[in-house]
Design a protein around this ligand. Structure first.
Ligand SMILES: Nc1ncnc2c1ncn2[C@@H]1O[C@H](COP(=O)(O)OP(=O)(O)OP(=O)(O)O)[C@@H](O)[C@H]1O
Length: 463
């Protein structure tokens, strides 16, 4: 990364980092510098918050102050090692805590100590040196940049085989929750493959009425049925020499499943009402947000078709499992929305607190939900704003949808509690959400939680 003087700064792109310090100024300074150098940064002021956050997101590295108001940075190490055995852990603090044998510390899992005041660039250089081999995402991200944005190693791992899948003509089955980017991945497979010069035809199998689906997919001859006044080429023929993207394949009715299987096996199709068959050369990419295995078990999807489609599988992780992508996507979507609104000033950046807040949200609608949130945020910004405070984000996540969104009332602004969360931790998530929602006003937070302020104070002191 080069600055305006042509000096090279350490490049932290692709890395997810957690900074833990109860001194807000230190937290902000380190967070800002690391963010500026391209890392995805989460910042926490207490051991408790850091521990809780680790339950949701792994991190490539943690930089924690030794002394924390509710313990020491070292208390975080066992949780971190359990969550991220490959991660790197650094301590900052007063030199008197560092009277330790470096070999012993390394054995314990501490990669380094930094005496305060910490030089953020020195620390960043150290991170680059230690974590250099952890950014394989970069090459893939560059290759896929014309199609989609990616930085998080979890997403990079999920898509690692995409380029090699693209150059074959076997079917690809993409599975992932709604809004995770399945259609973009299908376009990338098309664009990087041997059918790139041909058409990309996308069909949502769940959106076409069942009685029309076969006519739409396979086409029909003139007079095949009442109203068939002329010959019509179906989506398969339209995609000839290109890619046919069958979205929501799990919704395909059984009769169409049989025809699809035949086409995949023979490379030929028969229009409705036709005598002969037409040869088609297409690359089929199918996608589903439902588990096809479960549909097969429930006998709603043919197992022979499942095996024929599932030759090259790709699983897209939900957004909440790839935290390093969240802030990057958010800033890109915000910039796009502001440009659409003819924004003249520099694009405001997200504060470290705002990024942390985004990482904490459940994102049940995945990237689509994030894009909608950023579009809503863009409408509320004023040209004099340079940095987006978390308060504004919170109000956007909570507000009724200004744009059409399937996640308007129920899910947005909610919190994500993964399976296996203990009751105590779930209570903490609720308390934390209430504190954030009330801008850390304890009496307001207590009211939101339906408890007395004294009870809330007691619970906070127990942390
Ligand atoms: N990695 C990404 N980079 C940039 N934009 C993305 C990314 N992933 C998703 N999007 C955007 O999010 C929205 C949803 O993506 P897409 O339609 O590909 O998801 P999907 O998984 O196919 O959703 P569904 O299951 O609802 O069909 C689109 O606007 C898409 O451009």
């Amino acid at each position: 990364m080069e600055n305006t003087q042509g000096n090279t700064h350490p490049d932290l792109r692709g890395l997810s980092l957690m900074v833990v310090d109860d001194d807000h100024n230190n937290l902000r300074t380190l967070g800002h510098v690391f963010q500026h150098l391209g890392a995805s940064v989460t910042g926490w002021g207490s051991l408790r918050q850091a521990r809780l956050s680790l339950r949701f997101h792994g991190q490539d590295a943690i930089v924690s102050n030794f002394r924390l108001k509710d313990g020491t940075g070292l208390d975080l190490l066992p949780d971190y090692q359990a969550r991220c055995p490959e991660g790197s852990f650094y301590l900052t603090g007063d030199s008197r805590f560092f009277n330790v044998d470096p070999v012993d510390s390394l054995k314990q899992g501490i990669r380094g100590y930094f005496k305060k005041p910490v030089d953020p660039i020195e620390l960043a250089n150290r991170l680059v040196a230690d974590l250099a081999s952890k950014t394989p995402a970069e090459g893939l991200a560059k290759q896929l940049a014309p199609y989609l944005i990616l930085q998080d190693p979890v997403m990079a791992e999920a898509l690692a085989e995409l380029p090699s899948f693209a150059v074959t003509s076997e079917p690809v089955l993409i599975q992932g929750e709604t809004g995770t980017g399945k259609e973009l991945v299908a376009k990338a497979l098309h664009g990087l493959g041997s059918h790139a010069e041909g058409p990309f035809v996308a069909v949502n199998c769940g959106a076409i009425p069942e009685n029309l689906l076969e006519a739409e997919l396979f086409g029909y001859e003139k007079g095949a049925f009442t109203g068939a006044n002329r010959m019509h080429k179906g989506y398969f023929e339209q995609a000839h020499q290109g890619t046919l993207f069958l979205d929501e394949i799990g919704e395909m009715p059984p009769s169409a499943q049989i025809s699809l299987l035949r086409i995949l096996e023979e490379g030929k199709l028969q229009r409705l009402g036709a005598e002969g068959q037409v040869r088609v050369n297409i690359r089929v990419v199918a996608a589903t947000h439902r588990s096809l295995e479960e549909l097969v078990e429930a006998r709603q999807f043919r197992s022979d078709l499942f095996y024929r489609l599932n030759v090259l599988p790709l699983f897209l992780p939900p957004l909440r499992e790839r935290p390093a992508d969240i802030a990057l996507l958010a800033e890109r979507f915000l910039a796009d929305s502001l440009r659409d609104r003819n924004w003249q000033s520099p694009i405001p950046c997200l504060s470290i607190e705002a990024k942390t807040f985004l990482q904490y949200h459940g994102w049940s609608g995945n990237v689509r939900e994030l894009r909608n949130v950023m579009a809503r945020l863009a409408v509320r910004l004023t040209e004099d704003m340079r940095e987006i405070p978390p308060k504004l984000l919170r109000s956007v996540l909570r507000s009724p949808s200004a744009l059409p969104s399937p996640f308007a009332s129920g899910q947005e602004g909610g919190i994500y509690i993964p399976k296996g969360t203990t009751l105590t931790d779930a209570e903490w998530l609720l308390i934390d959400a209430a504190l954030q929602q009330s801008a850390y006003n304890r009496s307001q937070a207590a009211r939101l939680l339906g408890i007395g302020e004294r009870t809330l104070r007691r619970k906070l002191n127990e942390s």
